[in-house]
Ligand binder design. Structure first.
Ligand SMILES: [Zn+2]
Length: 323
């Protein structure tokens, strides 16, 4: 795991350094930030520092502990995460973590248990963790990561020292991504990725711009000319939750234009398409379809066995253009 400090985490890091220096760092840190904001790298930085044999407020990078950490083989560092993206963090993983927590350190120092996707713990897992957080073992630190605290068990949240780093301003994110990739980045790419710098970078590097463009174009074709339902359905199915999210942003943009607002439009570089859709679709259809889309997204995220192709094509056919 790569320990890295991104510029937008400088403030929070300074706070932690101060606490580390005064030996006042809480035994359970909860770090909540959106996907693609680099919280895993920040958490790794903290874990590496706690484990380092020389440094107190930053890792020395030279000691045995730092070397083991960099090689992902540190015996006193345990990283719990769901088995697959989108899955829950199971109670067995948390129980294993609890067990580590009570074992003695192999290197005779601290132990760190990092829990990724702490917002994806089921109730049994959360309760198992809660017991350990309530009676914390000595020399053991927990770092919990979540995208949002809202979906976590409140009793777990209340046991933690909470940190919620703010994302930098749009212009700062834009500059950072552009200088990292050596290319100009359209503003809407940042907004599609909720302003998270690493998510935007990843989006560009993995062909997201083209995929997104093709999907929006196919959607336009279908809504304005009633053509290409099959192609569009296929594109949406392939893009999975992300594709549904793009359409959700797009419909919200259309609704905003219809209601005379230009504020925080996500598809700010595709205003021709947004305006055309706003003219073509009745406002009631946009609203109903937006609500239906959010329901469908939630359903698809909850149940993996659903026929997404059928659900999506059914939803698409409910777009009725203005007579
Ligand atoms: Zn070190």
């Amino acid at each position: 795991m790569q320990a890295k400090l991104y510029p937008w985490h400088a403030d929070i890091w300074q706070n932690w350094q101060q606490l580390l220096g005064q030996e006042r760092l809480h035994h359970a840190i909860l770090l909540s930030a959106p996907k693609g904001s680099g919280k895993l790298e920040l958490a790794a930085m903290l874990a590496k520092t706690i484990l380092c044999k020389n440094g107190i407020t930053e890792p020395c990078g030279m000691c045995h502990s730092c070397q083991l950490f960099d090689a992902d083989t540190h015996p006193d560092f345990h990283w719990l995460k769901p088995e697959a993206e989108g899955k829950q963090l199971g109670v067995d993983a948390v129980r294993a973590g609890n067990q580590y927590a009570w074992e003695t350190s192999q290197l005779g120092g601290q132990r760190v248990i990092l829990i990724q996707n702490a917002d994806r713990m089921g109730e049994a897992a959360a309760n198992a963790l809660l017991k350990t957080l309530e009676e914390p073992p000595a020399n053991c630190h927990f770092i919990l990561l979540s995208r949002s605290m809202d979906t976590m068990l409140p009793t777990v949240v209340s046991r933690c020292n909470k940190w919620k780093p703010r994302l930098p301003e749009e212009s700062v994110v834009k500059r950072w991504v552009e200088s990292d990739l050596f290319e100009t980045v359209p503003l809407q790419v940042l907004r599609i990725n909720r302003g998270a710098p690493l998510a935007a970078k990843d989006f560009i590097e993995h062909g997201g711009v083209g995929k997104h463009e093709a999907l929006i174009e196919a959607f336009m074709q279908f809504v304005t000319k009633r053509q290409g339902l099959f192609n569009l359905t296929e594109l949406v199915v392939k893009a999975e939750q992300e594709g549904l999210q793009w359409l959700s942003f797009l419909l919200l943009d259309v609704l905003k234009v219809q209601q005379g607002s230009q504020e925080a439009i996500v598809h700010c570089d595709s205003m021709d398409a947004v305006n055309q859709l706003a003219k073509t679709l009745p406002q009631s259809v946009v609203m109903n379809q937006l609500m239906a889309l959010n329901r469908m997204k939630a359903e698809l995220a909850r149940h993996t066995g659903l026929n997404s192709e059928l659900l999506i094509s059914r939803w698409l056919t409910d777009f009725t253009p203005q007579a």
